[in-house]
Ligand binder design. Sequence first.
Ligand SMILES: Nc1nc(=O)c2c([nH]1)NC[C@@H]1CN(c3ccc(C(=O)N[C@@H](CCC(=O)O)C(=O)O)cc3)C=[N+]21
Length: 390
Amino acid sequence: MRAALAATLRKAFSAAETALRPCVASKCLDFHLHHCQSSDPAEQRPGSSILGRDLPEIWATPSAASPLLPPPEPQSSCVDEAPTPVIIDGKSIAEEIRLGLSQEVLRMKAMINKVPGLAVVLVGQRRDSQAYVRNKTKACEEVGMRSLMAEFPEDCGEEDVLNVVSDFNRDPSVHGVLVQLPLPKHLDEERILGAVSLEKDVDGFHPLNMGNLALSGREPLFIPCAAKACVELLLRLGVDLKSKHVAVIGRSNVVGLPTSLLLQRHHATVSVLHAFTNNPQDVTREADIVISAAGVPNLVRGHWLKRGSVVIDVGTNPVEVSSSLRCCKTYSWTDPNSEQGYYLQGDVCYEEALQLASAITPVPGGVGPVTVAMLLANTLDSAKRLYSFT
Ligand SMILES: Nc1nc(=O)c2c([nH]1)NC[C@@H]1CN(c3ccc(C(=O)N[C@@H](CCC(=O)O)C(=O)O)cc3)C=[N+]21
């Protein structure tokens, strides 16, 4: 498996059109701490992490001799075949991350006899939420963590949910509390998310964690899992985010907003597109990297993409099997969800994007599994912080 991953990464280095610097696939244990080593000594400071390096904000002043207008881009006339894109294998990357986590869990158990615990609160009967929560609890058990779950019917009262959140906050065996979103309309999401203890907010959705992610020089206790997954995948691909133009489609609290903030901490140039953006395709066509988290199946079409761009599809849209939305994607009858009456469709029209992208995440099997791995990583970090275990 490791050899296959290394081969994938080697392929990524040669295929990605973006300026790639040599980077060794990070070893399991330090997977979310240290990434590419730069040849620039100024960039080799300790603390280089998923949060990005702190760099001084110094604007380059154009010299008097420099022309007012940049020279025109050389018009490429080549009509040669597009190179085969790298399909980013989120499933095996997540597996590798989980392997590192399970080793850390074992070490913690052996040294201090503690095991990280994650508590999930699920309200209602949404089939997709049930499937995600199942994935989370299964992944927890796989790495030797404890998982707890509180389930409520769709029509439960707000106080019931708040009570269980505060029970989990007080439970010393719980290090992470996650309230699965979306909540039914009658529940006050803000109030419920705000009730999760800051130290156990492994989703990173607490306003203080989100605020600290936005403010330079500050460190949140937790970074939202999907944002972390996107950046982790890009770093593993060897993409140097500094000065890359990234178009983030969507500005949700769960994905779009934290992803755009985390990318800025990596000194990427970020355009955030949303439902009120005019001609979003004009912006995405200019982007080196497109990250879509709009929740709209097939929103991103081939003509939205620049050739050689990296495409990260965070959309996991459950589409009813009977629906006619299957315009681009070859429907897979082997998808386990098809038995449940729906299958997962990304935001990106995959077949069209394959013709243009240098690297792309599939749905399923792309960002999703890595997001779950990041949740486990946050839970482990939380337990480590509580016990001052290094
Ligand atoms: N409090 C909260 N935190 C979240 O992080 C959160 C949330 N609520 N609500 C919904 C979104 C969505 N999300 C996914 C996580 C994993 C997969 C995942 O594992 N997907 C698999 C397939 C899943 C399946 O088998 O159905 C894949 O893409 O391969 C998908 C989506 C987390 N979210």
